[in-house]
Write a protein that binds this ligand. Sequence first.
Ligand code: SF4
Length: 187
Amino acid sequence: MQKLADDLEELRSRACELGASAAKIIDVAGIRTGAWTRMKCQYGCPNYGLSLCCPPYTPGYEQMREFLAEYTKAVLVEYTFPLKEDDHTDFAAADLSMSNGLLDILLALEKEAFFQNHYRAFSLKAGRCRLCAQCNLKKCINPTKARPSLEACGIDVFALANDNGFRMRVITGPIRELKIYGLLLVE
Ligand code: SF4
């Protein structure tokens, strides 16, 4: 048990060294899932069906619950992308940089966890896969790097953040920064 606690703390601290704005060790049992996430993906998201890391290619929330039940501990990673004031931000470019910045951290953590002997370590990232300008829907061309989207698999990302001490809300005013979350399932 002490080894697991030490390993998790090492991974949490490493996430921050690699560029995360914060990282927390969490209990997987508390992660909330819901059927509504798929509805939001399918009706309302312009990216539905455009990435192998999104529906309809990803597992539904019931399969995800089964998968999550095989883990007890995870590291929740927050990544922040600051925006300049009065900047006419190109949100697509910011989203691309933010998405792949977080993915790099998660993949590095997943590898470190594997070498700690947590051979089942697996990461997921909020948002669609941004590794290719256009997803090759027939067969992933970056299979070692692409990881499924949290919400695409039925995870309530707002609850995941807010239940674990972060503050995630719908932005109604000027946008000063973008935040995104990723999850490394460890044990
Ligand atoms: S890496 Fe490319 S081909 Fe693979 S899921 Fe992501 S966008 Fe699609």
